[in-house]
Design a protein around this ligand. Structure first.
Ligand code: NAP
Length: 298
């Protein structure tokens, strides 16, 4: 019997990138659901879906990702990122489904000044970060057979993101001010999607070879290589896209937002490299690839 893989959040940046990569796990059937087909806050919909199909894997690429809006709409953020994730984790456990769940660098407070590894203690400073951390805790408690992947600063040719915003603003304005005192790593959602597919493939092969998967389960960090501020990122976008836009560095204090962001949230990726043997591209290389994709779709 062919294994089924459920991917929730089909219309998001990551969900869309995953759709383009299903050929990486040719042994499996994929079912992608968007919010209309499966609203994570509707328990009956989840129950019906899991009763109808057996899924070997469930990849949760859905989330409430409006970081600033979450500050005033915490109930929805909580419902999607925490309460629904708990139910999803319980459902996966009941149905012997391996859950691959995506989380964020925003679970950290950003005060460490050194790369964060998986053993660092989370201390989220925004509603979004808090709800995502609650989601992680629910996955760890309710579904032992899980992989949590924390990622950062995602962009893609799909959806709304910093790269697309900069390209739009760069066309309209000769000068832009961009925050230069928040440091992280821009991450191409295509690269993250590839890693998720290759982890799924590895787990699939190990399972079918009757090997124990226990050593693979747990929490991992994944972003592209390198570090940047939003200012660096904006400059790279304009340089690689051949825009003349001039970027002025400003501080977080000059650009207040409803949600506080971590000042420093660079992720240490040693664990995922050692466990799954993944090769991680530098963010500038991946940015070039995404810009080419965007050009093609113009
Ligand atoms: N974006 C980033 O910079 C970033 C950084 C670190 C981590 N992450 C994490 O990475 C993952 C993927 O992020 P992304 O950027 O691909 O997100 P995204 O583009 O915002 O997509 C999220 C998807 O979740 C769906 N969704 C929201 N509420 C839902 C619900 N109640 N039921 C079902 N689906 C629902 C949305 O549906 P609609 O299309 O209908 O709204 C959307 O398609 C998320 O877990 C996010 O927390 C993202």
């Amino acid at each position: 019997m062919t294994d089924n893989i459920l991917i929730i959040g089909a219309n998001g940046q990551l969900g869309n990138e995953m759709k383009d990569l299903i050929g990486m796990v040719p042994q499996c059937n994929f079912l992608f659901t968007d919010r209309e087909q499966l609203d994570l806050t509707q328990p009956q919909q989840l129950k019906n879906l899991f009763e109808k199909h057996h899924f070997s894997f469930c990849i949760n690429a859905a989330a409430y990702t409006a970081v600033d809006k979450a500050e005033t709409d915490s109930a929805t953020a909580q419902a999607v990122n925490a309460t629904a994730v708990r139910l999803l984790a319980q459902t996966c456990h009941q149905h012997n489904t391996i859950l691959i769940h995506i989380s964020t660098d925003f679970i950290f407070d950003g005060l460490k000044n050194h790369w964060y590894n998986e053993t660092d203690t989370p201390n989220p400073i925004s509603v979004y970060g808090k709800t995502k951390w609650q989601g992680e805790e629910a996955v760890s408690t309710e579904c032992p057979c899980h992989v949590i992947l924390r990622t950062a600063w995602l962009y893609s040719k799909y959806g709304n993101n910093f790269v697309k915003t900069m390209l739009r603003l760069g066309k309209e304005k000769p000068f832009l001010s961009v925050v230069a005192d928040q440091i992280g790593t821009p991450t191409y959602a295509r690269d993250l999607a590839k890693v998720i597919m290759s982890i799924t493939e590895k787990l699939y092969q190990a399972h079918h070879a009757q090997q124990s998967l226990a050593d693979y389960f747990g929490t991992y960090h994944y972003s592209n290589e390198g570090t940047a501020s939003w200012y660096d990122f904006a400059n790279a976008i304009f340089e690689l896209a051949h825009y003349q836009t001039i970027v002025k560095p400003i501080s977080t204090a000059d650009y207040p937002t409803p949600a506080i962001r971590p000042k420093f949230s660079v992720l240490d990726k040693s664990k995922i490299k050692n466990t799954f043997g993944v090769n991680i591209p530098h963010w500038r290389e991946s940015l070039k690839k995404c810009l080419l994709e965007l050009q093609k779709s113009e």
